[in-house]
Write a protein that binds this ligand. Structure first.
Ligand SMILES: *Cc1c(COP(=O)(O)O)cnc(C)c1O
Length: 356
């Protein structure tokens, strides 16, 4: 830390991204990326767009916002696009968080970081013992409410009706629903933004649309909410979504059936992996996301993380006390997951032998 750093950032604890290893080839099941490549139209659009890199991109992202509006049955003026959904979340914290923010105690690791960065008072609401979110805990929150649905790293989802009850019980605060994983089987609340002026739904191309490296996210809500996000964007970086990413996003939406088909395969693989892990004695939290959250009674969470790692498989382990027995395992291809399952069988055999 330099002696010049502003006082208010001296205690800031930044977000820790999952590892992006360079040294050896791992089966990478640690950051919830898609195991499937972008579609052909995306590759073509990116390379055509690269020829125009000397020119600034469209700050209004018109084509992309129009394509999103078509896909989600809304209008372009109700759509905001951002450099990853992390940026939409950050802008929402800046825009709507001054009265405080409430979110689940076990959830996306960026929420506390944004609260801290923005100097916002945060209330962290514990999950139930089975990791579910109790909707009543968010009624009358007197703060912006932020909920990942499905939640991470648990994979559990609230129904639309439960979210609607939370939105109705907080008419004077923004309720932000982070739908990063919604395409893997949960109910989207996006269309409810037509009805409630305090609901903001955030999505991303990083998980279901094979574009984590392109950095593309979006937010949908009533026009005044979107105007507020635009105000912050034009006060920081008007060209927040680069030329190639705008083209890639528009092209991906033209081939959306490909991505939704991939989601279907991931869901099938997830159900298979959940059953197999349960058969080996794991506790597996029922997931609506592209990962499963699981623990094994025979081996600690961190030991299992290391054992997988030694066998070339990378998953995500969190040291936080209430979840340190668990690992979050991204669903890869069926072949990736067969490798994980057979490595797991080996590890358990060794562990159980050494205990005898
Ligand atoms: C992955 C993730 C995001 C953000 O992803 P971007 O790559 O910035 O779009 C947002 N929320 C949750 C809960 C996530 O898991």
């Amino acid at each position: 830390m330099s002696r010049f750093l502003s006082e208010k950032y001296r205690n800031l604890a930044p977000y820790t991204p999952g590892e992006q290893p360079r040294e050896r080839k791992y089966i990478k099941l640690n950051t919830n990326e898609s195991p499937y490549p972008p579609s052909a139209g995306v590759l073509a659009a990116v390379s055509a767009e690269a020829e125009k890199l000397a020119l600034y991109c469209d700050p209004e992202c018109t084509a992309l916002r129009t394509a999103l509006a078509d896909r989600y049955d809304t209008t372009a003026d109700r759509v905001f696009v951002s450099n990853g959904s992390d940026e939409s979340l950050y802008f929402a914290f800046l825009a709507f968080g001054s009265g405080g923010v409430a979110y689940p105690e076990t959830s996306y690791g960026f929420y506390p970081v944004f609260a801290d960065l923005c100097g916002i008072a945060a209330r962290e609401i514990p999950l139930c013992d089975d990791f579910s979110i109790r909707k009543e805990d968010y009624f009358g929150a007197r703060a912006m409410v932020v909920i990942a649905n499905p939640n991470a790293p648990t994979g559990r989802a609230l129904s639309r009706t439960e979210v609607e009850a939370i939105v109705r019980a907080n008419p004077d605060n923004v309720v932000l629903i982070d739908e990063a994983y919604v395409d893997f089987g949960a109910e989207s609340c996006l269309s409810m933004t037509e009805q409630y002026d305090n609901l903001l739904v955030v999505g991303t191309f990083s998980k279901s649309r094979s574009m984590a490296g392109a950095r593309l996210g979006f937010a949908v809500g009533a026009r005044p909410l979107i105007e507020d996000l635009e105000r912050i964007k034009y006060a920081t970086n008007p060209y927040n979504v680069n030329r190639m990413t705008q083209a890639a996003g528009t092209a991906a939406l033209a081939e959306d059936a490909y991505y939704m088909e991939n989601c279907k395969r991931i869901i099938e693989t997830r159900e298979y992996v959940s059953e197999e892990l349960a058969r080996m004695g794991f506790t597996v939290i029922p997931s609506k996301a592209n990962f499963v959250f699981a623990k094994c009674p025979d081996i600690g969470g961190e030991d299992l993380y290391r054992a997988w790692r030694e066998r070339g498989i990378l998953v995500r382990h969190f040291k936080k006390a209430n979840i340190s027995d668990f690992n979050r395992i991204t669903i890869g291809t069926r072949a990736d997951m067969e490798t994980l399952l057979s490595a797991t069988a080996d590890i358990l055999k060794e562990t159980r032998n050494s205990k005898q």
